[in-house]
Structures are given as C-alpha cells and as structure tokens.
Write a protein that binds this ligand. Structure first.
Ligand code: 5RP
Length: 273
C-alpha cells in the first residue's frame, strides 16, 4: 500500500490497537433531518473527542464541524437519491476527489448496492473511485448498502457484497453485523467495520452487536443512530470504545455505561420522533 494511503488509514484505524470507532453521521444526504441529527453541529460536538473518525458529507462538514476539530474525516461521496424513491440504489459520485483532498479527508466512502436495480452503476463507481484513490493516496470505503430491504442483512448476501467490494479494490468495507458474521469476515480479504443500523431496543443489544463483531474479526464499528439517538450518546460511545479498543466484554461495557449515565445528563429530544 502506498505511503500516503497507509498514513491516511492509520489516522483512524488506530495503530496501537488495530481498531477503530467511527461515528457515522452521513444519513441526511438521503434521509433528510434524521431524528437527533436535525442539528448536526449540536449532535456531533460532544461526541468528537471520542470518535476515531466521523463520516459526513461535505455539506455537514463545512456547515457543522469546526475546521479546528482534531478528528479524521471520512467523506461520503455518493448520493443523488432520497427516501422518497422506492429504489435507493440510483446513486452516483457526488463529490470529486479534488474536493476530498481540499477538505483534508482521511478516506472517501460510497455505497454499493449489490443485487439492486443500479448494481452495475454503483460497482463501476467504486472501481473508478479506487483508481482515483490509488492515484492520490486516498483510502476508499465501500458501504454494502441494502436500501430499504433490511432483511438482506444475512451472511450469504453480505459475504457476496463484501467480497465483490474488496475485489474491486475497496481498502475497507463497511457492512452489517449478522448471524455467522465470521463467514463474512473469512471471505473478505480487506478489513471490515460494522454499521449499527436502525436503533436497537436496548443498550445491551448495541453492546453485544459491537462485541460480537470485534470477536468475529471486524476491525471496528462505523455507527450512527445507536449512538446519537441514544439518550446518553457520550456514555454510549465511551462504552463502545471500551469494547473496540480495550477488549471489554459487552457485560463490562454495559456496567461502564450504566455508571457513566449516573454522571451525565440525559439528552432531551429536540423534536417529536
Ligand atoms: C448512511 C450510512 C451510515 O453511515 C451507516 O448506515 C451507519 O449508520 P447507522 O449505524 O446509523 O446504521 O451509510 O448512509
């Protein structure tokens, strides 16, 4: 791997643990003002010190993240469709590599839609982005998106989507945790991080997802709603960090979380759910 690319990756996949806690906040580009991300600056600010990277669009970066923030940026560079459409796979590259370099991004990310109507378009976008990433020393993260078909998140489908992403040159793949996640890891020759998906019912379930993913070989998480839609986002990200970087079990992390909650004020919902 070329020096610049390796150096950018090492900014957020921490060399001391080999792991990463990425904070995903790139939902608005197709979901609009998602609950508790209505004001990205207010949501992100308290979490920045605990994130190894933040995943955002250029719009949120410029408007809502101070340029002095000491946090690596994973720049979302695909888009072009919204939740108002049935088919979310009709994405293209929306932000240039030049812009990513200007914004000092540590990586660029795009969604790939394996098996969807616009599979070909998204996979060719990935391959072209990798060519540019290699030319400029910019890591490319492929996100194995499932659109509205959340039931697609099984080991058979995700193994295929992750492997295809790796074969086309992605340097890191973001996918979902699932039963038999070890099969997905085994079949993917590049590192994997897991998304959280829609908010889970309990804190325990979130922490078990993280612990399971790390135990089965993920290098980290790239999680959004289960952190910033929590009533206690900072204690939640700290508990996740304990699992990812300090080998805490889900149970130990839950104890940390409960203790931390007592010292922290609860986030009051800004608008109705
Ligand atoms: C949005 C994304 C998100 O970054 C990804 O889904 C992770 O966020 P969450 O944990 O909320 O699912 O790709 O387009």
């Amino acid at each position: 791997m070329e020096w610049g690319l390796q150096n950018r990756l090492a900014r957020f996949v921490k060399p001391n643990t080999g792991h990463t806690v990425m904070l995903a906040a790139d939902h608005g580009y197709f979901m609009g003002p998602t609950r508790r991300l209505e004001n990205p600056r207010a949501t992100l600010e308290p979490l920045l010190p605990f994130a190894d990277a933040i995943a955002v669009t250029r719009g949120v970066l410029r408007s809502s993240v101070p340029a002095i923030a000491d946090v690596p940026i994973v720049l979302r560079v695909s888009g072009g469709v919204t939740v108002l459409k049935d088919d979310l796979s009709d994405e293209a590259i929306t932000t240039s590599m030049e812009e990513a370099l200007r914004l000092n991004a540590s990586a660029v990310a795009l969604s790939v839609f394996v098996g969807a109507a616009h599979e070909h378009q998204s996979l060719v976008s990935l391959a072209e982005l990798v060519d540019e990433g290699e030319a400029f020393g910019m890591p490319v993260i492929a996100i194995t998106a499932v659109g509205k078909e959340l039931e697609k998140r099984d080991a058979r489908y995700l193994s295929l989507a992750c492997r295809v992403s790796a074969e086309l040159g992605a340097h890191l793949v973001k996918t979902y945790y699932c039963e038999e996640f070890e099969r997905v890891v085994e079949g993917c020759p590049v590192p994997l991080v897991v998304a959280g998906g829609p908010k889970l019912d309990t804190d325990k379930a979130v922490l078990e997802l993280c612990a399971g993913a790390i135990a089965k070989g993920a290098v980290g998480v790239d999680m959004g709603r289960n952190i910033w839609q929590s009533d206690y986002p900072v204690p939640m990200i700290k508990a996740i960090r304990a699992i990812v970087h300090e080998k805490a079990t889900a149970r130990e992390a839950l104890q940390l979380l409960e203790a931390d909650k007592k010292l922290t004020s609860r986030v009051v919902r800004s608008v109705p759910a």
